[in-house]
Design a protein around this ligand. Sequence first.
Ligand code: CP
Length: 312
Amino acid sequence: MKNTNNFVGRNLYDLADFSKEEIISILKTTQAMKEINLRDYKKLPTLRGKTVCTLFFENSTRTKMSFELAANRLSADVVSFSASTSSLTKGESLQDTVYTLNAMGIDLYIIRHSCPGTPQLVNKYSGKPVLNAGDGRHAHPTQALLDIFSIWEKRGTLEGLKIAIVGDIAHSRVVRSNLIGMKKLGASVTVCAPKTLMPSKMEEVYGCTVDYDLKSALKDADVIMGLRMQLERQSEGLFPSLEEYTKRYVLSKETIKFAKKDALIMHPGPMNRGIEILPEIADSNQSIIIEQVANGVAVRMALIYLTLGGKI
Ligand code: CP
């Protein structure tokens, strides 16, 4: 692969930082990485001598493991910082933590934090590129890229597709990044939730359609994405009960029949089975939820490779 990329040393805070052409270039690199992941020997020497640090201040299974696996597959050294077992618990600041890690020769930081804007702070303190692995409710750009890649791979384009995103829109960083990226690639996105889980001015800010009724939101959809009910981020009762939410908004055989027959079923995970999605849908032939996870490794390989200027 020719290494003419303008991603070297760039930060990824959100998809607003990248043009449509740049997103497509990331998707194409992801396709090449996916092919490597299908080989028996899934490893490239391209980033030998580089060091990647994952800094996770919030729990994660998919994002953390796939970033670490991605860096390993590119032959980078990977160090994993865990907030709960670090000297942060002795009162060390984020700034001193980053100075300390930087002294060890980190080339790229990957950070998840509950506070929006922390990736920018890590870049300021380190002077090194930073990939945002989720900052509060603000953004989760690598999840959006893997979601977009999963659709693009199946349908060849996002242009003209109707994508319905259903669930806890108010607390979701995934939906915000997806709205920016999907819109840039020409999809028409409808977001659907109870009013208490729908932020105001979504249409103006993101150019999407807002629908409070599940059946009309799903009507003729090419893609349906369920979102997790983020109970840990909800401090007040935003709906009478989970049963009430499920009755009106669950993705089931009954409700998805309003979408196109071959609609792709997606979920960024982790799922609350039985609350926002039933197993009959999550595990159906239309579901690409497990493929999304596999694509997560490839998209993160592409991003690390592009940012650190690897050569294939
Ligand atoms: N989708 C996602 O971010 O999952 P994790 O929290 O497991 O990383």
